[in-house]
Design a protein around this ligand. Structure first.
Ligand SMILES: Cc1ncc(COP(=O)(O)O)c(C=O)c1O
Length: 437
């Protein structure tokens, strides 16, 4: 008789099992949203927006920060503020949400895709060094899922080669490296507040930066080129904004309603990050004891780890199965629908990253060739996506310790009965990228 739920056996938890859900809000958030609705201040540098901007910037230990429309334009604004444009090369990890690379193309730069470390899926810094050319202007580091690359070495590389560092922090609100917040290391950082993120307003974005000159540029870039009136910046406006500028740009502002949800979310963030971090470490300790299961690496310099996703790897050689089979078996045991998934598509073969489909990218033949993602070799990204990687949204870590025991027990049950999974013919899993999470 089959033991595993996917093969007709009894699942480890029944249909009535309640798992935590995301996003989270409370009555205070709803009250502030209603108050804004009744007021005549819905957008344009509103007081709630600046209150949030100041609090979030300080929480991440950065110097300057301000809201923008979403994490995609946040990266675009970061690149433009640093003067990166036509034909400049920008190093981007091959495993990330497509926006990290797409934003480079949208400023006519060339995203140079490099591979990631097998045990963190974050930038492989040897591959980064090998990819640097005379045209390289910047490196975008993505603090992916729930891991970090060696930020100290990365900063040394940037200094040595005179490159800008941009941090894509869309996954790690509340992460700290040696006690310093992510987002405070790069010349500019970019954040996303899209619904699934650990700090969310449905949609929304943010930039932090190191100097007031960059702050002024970013302000203008997100506000139709208008210039910021105060010197030094004061997290707000003490005069009318300038109506003339030398910087061409569009409208990438955020509304007061979004800021209200962000302010509420920020009040809960640190406690939630600590809960996820504690649960992840507790679960990882159990997973490490199961043959064929490889927890991700946590560097000793990480003083607080935020998780957009909790991830681990399979050893497909030892287990004789691949991640799509494993995820199907795990979802069946835990009654979690399709929550356990494969990680992002590698950007050299990603359903949502198709730069050669847009006429405005056809600057010339050389550029057209340079932005073709197929030219990059990304074996570690491919292996994680096609064989070894397993991922789940951070809300899985917002359950109880007993639930972490249940997850570990389900993984162990599958490994103990792995021969049942080997015979399963699972079709391609719904692609993770397609869910925009
Ligand atoms: C790593 C990464 N960068 C950038 C983005 C883009 O953010 P947004 O969806 O807010 O435009 C996302 C969001 O999905 C992301 O995961």
């Amino acid at each position: 008789m089959a033991k595993l739920a996917i093969c007709g056996g009894k699942s480890l938890c029944g249909r009535n099992k309640k798992w935590a859900t995301w996003p989270i809000s409370d009555e205070k958030d709803a009250e502030l949203v209603a108050k804004i609705t009744r007021s005549n201040r819905w957008s344009f540098d509103g007081p709630v927006e600046w209150r949030f901007a100041e609090a979030f910037t300080k929480y991440q230990t950065a110097k300057y920060g301000l809201c923008c429309a979403n994490g995609t334009v946040g990266i675009q604004i970061a690149l433009e503020a640093l003067g990166i444009g036509a034909y400049d090369e920008v190093i981007v990890p091959g495993m990330t949400w497509q926006a990290t690379a797409a934003a480079c193309i949208d400023v006519n730069a060339v995203p140079v895709l490099v591979d990631v470390e097998p045990d963190t899926w974050n930038l492989d810094l040897d591959a980064v060094e090998a990819a640097i050319t005379k045209r390289t202007k910047a490196i975008i580091v993505v603090h992916l899922y729930g891991c970090m690359t060696d930020l100290d070495r990365l900063q040394r590389i940037c200094r040595k080669h005179n490159l800008y560092l941009i941090e894509d922090c869309a996954h790690q609100h509340g992460s700290f490296w040696r006690g310093r917040g992510v987002g405070s290391f790069g010349d500019v950082s970019s954040w996303s507040f899209q619904e699934s993120k650990v700090l969310s307003s449905g949609e929304g974005g943010f930039n932090m930066c190191k100097t007031k000159e960059l702050f002024y540029k970013i302000y203008s870039l997100r506000n139709c080129g208008r210039s910021y009136p105060a010197d030094p910046p004061v997290f707000g406006l003490n005069k009318a904004v300038g109506m003339e500028t030398t910087l061409q740009s569009g409208n990438y502002r955020l509304t007061e309603w979004q800021a209200a949800l962000l302010l509420g979310g920020l009040g809960r963030l640190d406690k939630q990050v600590k809960l996820r971090d504690a649960n992840a470490q507790y679960l990882n300790a159990q997973l490490a004891e199961i043959p064929g299961i490889l927890p991700m690496r946590r560097r000793k310099e990480v003083t607080q780890q935020s998780y957009f996703n909790f991830t681990f790897r399979l050893d497909p050689k030892e287990l004789g199965i691949i991640n799509t089979q494993f995820c199907a078996a795990l979802n069946a045991e835990l009654n979690t629908g399709d929550a356990w998934e494969i990680p992002y598509d590698p950007l050299n073969n990603c359903g949502l990253y198709k730069p050669l489909t847009k006429a405005r990218h056809r600057l010339n033949g050389e550029y057209w060739k340079a932005i073709n993602p197929r030219r990059f070799k990304l074996p570690v990204c491919e292996d994680a996506n096609e064989r070894s990687g397993v991922a789940v949204h951070h809300v899985a870590l917002m359950n109880t310790k007993e639930d972490m025991d249940l997850i570990a027990a389900a993984v162990k049950k599958i490994v103990d009965n792995i021969q049942e999974v080997r015979s399963l013919n699972i079709g391609p899993q719904k692609k993770y990228q397609a869910l925009s999470r």
